[in-house]
Ligand binder design. Structure first.
Ligand code: SF4
Ligand code: SF4
Length: 744
């Protein structure tokens, strides 16, 4: 064990320079059992009451919460949760006045308090068997415990066992005037406090554990000594302000000075407040989160100065209403008279670090006088600083000089201001200057981080560039080797060929031309003309293709379709029937009631016959038709053979029907067409013969026949003959056309 630890064990104590002995104002404060206040209507719980960051809110507006229920949570120790100190309903989640000199709004959960207070939601107590340093740490975090001496540092973070610990100090010095909360706790809850110290010992495994109490608290000292065991040393230290300061207490108990940039743990020392130890006991052994604490209510505006168990979130206004209802207006100081601060608003509420509220009557206004350079402040400073110099530098905004004079080491104890005969609020100057320096440092830090990011990026870019260059060089070397290999093997160089193509393509880019407005635009005329020529060529080719297709369609539709042939045959049959009817009418013109109509019909038929003769110049019927006797004979013959023609037409119709038969019957089509052609030929022949017969008959019966009917009948016979010939010709043509199809 190191010598300094041996000395501590032997009971040595040390001292520090400076310090003051202000009036304590503790004599009239009741330190017996702490009192309680009646339930308030509302409590206001800020989400962040500590150094670090706020947890995540896990309650909603209108939600009912139990006493001890977590309102926020976080897995990180720097963000301990906050809890409902009383059961009730969440009626607002809004920014409210903070317990801070600035009174800046802070997000708070407003709970309408259930006056029955029957529900609680505590954690499950831990048994002795399951206790471990890690589990204690976790429980301390879950319970939302922070340092209760005033700093508000998250306790779980502080007790995480990451470094060996030599000395664990439990701070019961409570040196500030008016404050007796710790004294009250030590007097009334010594054994519970000692249990909390034991849990800290289990978590931290220190070599030495010391509880320090100022000698103006004999009752507390006695209670602790009675409750302690051999592993815990209870030290009685001289009453002097600020002996309760962390650095001062370490110096008193260990003789070691903690530097401005040092943490006590760096020296193997940790300091916890007695209130923190008690809260750890409640969390581990009872599952109770940090939802209340002892607060000293002092000041001459109160009917009774005493210590109270106050629920976290109780508003100062509610306390005043109950404990100073008829008091005159006056300042409210949160904390002690040396290091505390004046609350700008009584809407602020009690938080985890609140240990005292001083409600004194307004004091006579004190005017600040010029510094007389008496040096009293320097003698009082426990940190060995030069408060007078710091004052000048802070007032003149000479921050660098103030920094050189170690203004950042100032613990803002107020000892210098307490002794200053000029009533200069020195600590206020220091706080302002320190805030500016912190702001400057933060800006510098951010700028430095930005520079580091920039440098890192530049280095990365340089590295990438170098890597790319190396890759290119490697690729060039490979290409060179490939070219050499190709050259040796007589192969063309692919890269050179690609480059040649690119060059050619670049040369093919149209030249630019200048417009009237002076702008240069690409000259695309040649490319456009070439494109139009290609289009015209495509159109001509398409038109040619369309023409060929149309001709093919015509040929196909006129020659090879059996249905069309059938339709033609039907039309022929119908026409023949019509002609037969007409011939019948010609033979019996007397049957017409109107002779003029009959004559007109005869003239039309004659005209038709002439047209048919003109269409068939090879026939010689026109010469015959000019003879009325012959024509009459022909007409009679035609009438005689009309029936045969009708029968022929009917046969043609049947043939056409046969052509419409299913596929298995289509093999008969060529035969039917041949029959039709033969019939048509026979008809034509018969018609010619009939014409000749009629000629002879007409000569014999010339005197008997009526002169008006002879020319008409001759013409009709010629027409019939022409039609028959035409039919024969068509049938023959049809036969020829159908034959290849069937052959196929
Ligand atoms: S105590 Fe006050 S007056 Fe005296 S030197 Fe310090 S600042 Fe000046
Ligand atoms: S407030 Fe600062 S300068 Fe003044 S005595 Fe305390 S530590 Fe020294």
């Amino acid at each position: 064990m190191p010598a300094w630890l041996d000395k501590i064990k032997q009971g040595f104590t040390w001292s520090y320079q400076g310090g003051v002995h202000p009036a304590t104002h503790k004599q009239n404060i009741n330190c017996a059992q702490p009192k309680t206040l009646s339930l308030p209507r509302h409590i206001y719980i800020p989400v962040q009451q500590h150094i670090g960051s706020a947890g995540k809110l896990i309650v909603k507006l209108g939600q009912t919460v139990k006493k001890g229920q977590a309102l926020s949570q976080s897995q990180f120790f720097q963000a301990p949760p906050v809890h409902a100190s009383l059961a009730g309903t969440v009626v607002a989640i809004e920014p409210r006045v903070s317990a801070h000199p600035s009174a800046l709004p802070e997000l708070s959960v407003v709970i309408e308090v259930d006056q029955q207070q029957q529900d609680s939601d505590y954690l499950t107590p831990l048994t002795e068997q399951e206790l471990s340093p890690e589990l204690i740490c976790q429980r301390v975090h879950q319970a939302g415990i922070t340092g209760m001496g005033g700093a508000g540092f998250p306790t779980a973070l502080k007790i995480t066992p990451n470094k060996p610990l030599d000395v664990l100090i439990i701070n019961g010095a409570e040196c500030e005037p008016y404050i007796t909360a710790d004294d009250c706790l030590m007097r009334n809850y010594a054994s519970e406090l000692m249990r909390g110290v034991a849990l800290l010992q289990k978590a931290l495994q220190p070599h030495i554990t010391i509880i320090a109490v100022e000698d103006d608290k004999p009752e507390a000292l006695q209670a602790l000594r009675e409750a302690s065991n051999d592993s815990i040393m209870v030290r009685n230290i001289p009453t002097k302000y600020p002996s309760g300061g962390e650095k001062q207490l370490i110096q008193i108990l260990t003789g070691k000075e903690v530097g401005a940039r040092q943490l006590p743990i760096d020296m193997g020392i940790l300091v916890h407040n007695v209130g923190t130890a008690y809260a750890i006991h409640r969390a581990v052994d009872h599952g109770e989160p940090l939802i209340s604490r002892i607060v000293t209510l002092a000041g001459d505006r109160l009917t009774e100065a005493a210590n109270y168990w106050l629920n976290i979130g109780t508003s100062v206004a509610d306390i005043l209403d109950e404990k100073a209802p008829n008091a005159a207006e006056g300042p409210v100081i949160m904390g002690g008279s040396m290091m505390g601060f004046m609350l700008p608003s009584t809407q602020a509420s009690v938080i985890k670090t609140t240990n005292c509220l001083i409600l004194n009557k307004p004091m006579a206004e004190v005017h600040e006088s010029p510094c007389i350079r008496c040096g009293a402040c320097a003698e009082a400073c426990p940190m060995g600083l030069l408060p007078q110099q710091l004052y000048w530098f802070a007032k003149g905004d000479e921050l660098n000089k103030a920094r050189d004079y170690k203004i950042m080491d100032c613990i803002e104890c107020g000892a210098c201001a307490y002794v200053c005969p000029s009533n200069i609020p020195l600590v206020e100057y220091y706080r302002t200057a320190k805030a500016k320096i912190k702001s400057e440092d933060l800006a510098k830090q951010e700028a430095e981080q930005a520079k580091q990011r920039f440098d890192a990026r530049q280095a990365r870019l340089e590295k990438d560039k170098a890597e790319r260059k190396a890759k290119h060089q490697e690729a060039a070397l490979r290409r060179q080797n490939q070219v050499q290999t190709n050259s040796n093997q007589g192969k063309p160089d692919p890269v050179a060929a690609a480059l040649a193509r690119v060059t050619q393509a670049k040369q093919a880019v149209p030249a630019a031309k200048q417009t009237e407005s002076g702008d240069w635009v690409p000259d695309n005329q040649q490319a456009i003309a070439a494109r139009e020529a290609r289009k015209a060529q495509r159109r001509a080719k398409q038109a040619e293709t369309n023409t060929e297709a149309s001709n093919d369609e015509k040929i196909a539709s006129s020659s090879t379709n059996p249905a069309v042939a059938a339709a033609i045959a039907r039309a022929k049959a119908k026409k023949a029937q019509t002609e037969q009817t007409a011939n019948t009418n010609e033979e019996t013109p007397a049957s017409s009631a109107n002779p003029a109509v009959a004559a007109a019909i005869a003239r039309a038929k004659a005209k038709k016959a002439e047209a048919a003769q003109a269409a068939e110049p090879s026939e010689k019927t026109p010469a015959r038709s000019s003879n009325p006797a012959v024509a009459a004979a022909i007409a009679r013959a035609k009438a005689k053979k009309a029936k045969a023609e009708q029968q022929s037409a009917e046969q043609t119709h049947e043939t056409a029907l046969t052509a419409e038969q299913p596929v298995e019957e289509t093999t008969k089509k060529p035969k039917s067409a041949a029959v039709v052609a033969a019939i048509a030929k026979a008809k034509a022949k018969q018609a010619e013969q009939a014409t000749g017969d009629t000629k002879d008959d007409s000569e014999n019966t010339k005197s008997k026949a009526e002169p008006a009917d002879k020319p008409k009948k001759a013409k009709s016979a010629a027409v019939a003959a022409a039609i028959a010939k035409a039919k024969a010709k068509k049938a023959a043509e049809q036969q020829r056309q159908e034959k290849p199809v069937d052959d196929q």
